[in-house]
Design a protein around this ligand. Structure first.
Ligand code: COS
Length: 381
């Protein structure tokens, strides 16, 4: 049983504790699911999470605010039970993040669907030549008459291939670099849209390269103002990066739990594995990393929920620390499991694969360091 004492920290309220209990019960009854048909499993998970009411937290209407602590509790809990369930929930939030923060009433019609689990969303930012360097986006949206005409490619797009709606960032040219991008809400059935390639990765989930060819979209599909796309993307990432840290925390907690079970149940040299001081040392390091990561994740979420205009520094720290440390925690768990740790089907083996992408997507660890250093510089200026 994972340590739940963090739920009593002052960052959280009764509604978060209630949500945690409710979701824990749901997870115990419904997870993990069979991953052999990844697309099918994801679609079923979105429906199930919508039916159970948890997807309500993935987006916000005009009169609401995203509650980042709820997003984090949900991601942490789902990740502890099933990485694909966390993925299914997270992408409904990230995909519609720009609409939750900046969408018009008309655009928010899609939110009703993604929050009920009747539509799947995706966030289309990365390109073959610009993953980390967002200001360098080449995909273009040119205003021709009264329509924008979209041309170009996006890659590493989670939910690519199963999403009903995509938020696409494209160059509209109001200014150079970061100042010339805009965001668009694009239904998957728009003419000129195609899935150019499905991408298979170490912990499989729906992922694709997208291609737009002379795709016409009305100006009403633009989210926010022309030229605001970069800041919209960064604002969305400021919210969701903390939640990536939360998912990593869920994986790390599960690894620690599995390790405690293993160390107390397996005998070595005539005594439980736990009696070896080296194993105790690893377990102490793992527990420390888990708690420190949790503090950074819930600090970032709480700061945003308390109304901070920007949590760039806090969110970057939470993501960087929680994902890097979860990788270390899981690696130790694999080591303590010995041969079983790398056996297909063993929980720590799947955690070992699941965690890796979290140190890359939504801003690689190296990018988070750039972000944190720049924030520090801004403070002394
Ligand atoms: N919120 C609001 N505005 C922000 C912001 C944020 N978090 N971060 C930057 N901005 C603003 C800046 O204030 C600046 O505005 P002004 O021109 O008005 O001063 C503008 O946006 C450009 O910012 P900056 O100069 O920092 O842009 P860079 O091109 O140097 O950005 C990084 C570099 C690396 C920080 C950015 O490209 C990034 O975060 N990359 C990672 C992207 C990512 O996560 N990719 C994964 C895709 S999702 S799976």
């Amino acid at each position: 049983m994972p340590d739940k004492s963090f739920l009593n920290w002052p960052f959280l309220e009764d509604k978060h504790r209630a949500l945690s209990d409710q979701l824990e019960a749901w997870c115990s009854a419904n997870l993990p699911v069979d991953h052999s048909d990844v697309d099918g499993a994801c679609k079923s998970l979105v429906t199930a999470l919508g039916d159970a009411g948890f997807l309500i937290h993935s987006g916000a209407n005009e009169d609401e605010k995203l509650d980042v602590r709820s997003l984090c509790i949900i991601r942490e809990t789902l990740a502890r039970h099933d990485g694909l369930a966390d993925f299914a929930f997270a992408m409904q939030g990230l995909g519609m993040g720009a609409v939750s923060l900046f969408g018009t009433t008309e655009q928010r019609e899609w939110l009703k669907k993604t929050r009920s689990g009747t539509a799947i969303s995706a966030f289309a930012l990365s390109e073959p030549k610009s993953g980390s360097d967002v200001a360098n986006i080449e995909c273009s949206a040119e205003l021709v008459g009264n329509q924008y005409v979209l041309n170009g490619e996006k890659t590493w797009i989670s939910n690519g291939g199963i999403a009903d709606v995509y938020v696409v960032f494209a160059r509209t040219g109001e200014g150079p670099g970061a100042k010339g991008l805009s965001a668009f809400l694009v239904p998957a059935d728009t003419q000129g849209f195609e899935i150019a390639e499905r991408i298979d990765v170490v912990a499989p989930h729906p992922l694709a390269r997208l291609k737009f060819t002379n795709m016409q979209i009305p100006p009403s599909a633009m989210i926010g103002e022309p030229g605001q796309g970069f800041k919209i993307a960064m604002s969305v990432l400021d919210v969701f990066r903390s939640t990536v840290g939360a998912a990593a925390l869920g994986f790390a907690r599960r690894a620690l739990d599995e390790t405690l079970n293993r160390a107390t149940n397996r005998e070595l040299f005539g005594a439980p594995l736990f009696d070896l001081q080296m194993v105790q040392g690893h377990i102490a390091d793992m527990a420390l990393d888990v708690d420190a990561a949790a503090l950074l994740v819930y600090r970032a979420a709480w700061t945003k929920d308390m109304g901070a205009a920007r949590v760039t520094r806090e969110a970057a720290m939470a993501k960087l620390y929680a994902t890097d440390k979860a990788q270390e925690v899981i690696d130790k768990a694999v080591q303590i499991h010995g041969g079983d740790g790398v056996r297909k089907g063993c929980i720590v083996e799947s955690l070992y694969r699941e965690i890796r992408a979290l140190r890359i997507y939504e801003g690689a660890s190296d990018v988070q360091k750039i972000v944190i250093a720049r924030q520090c510089l801004g403070e002394i200026k």
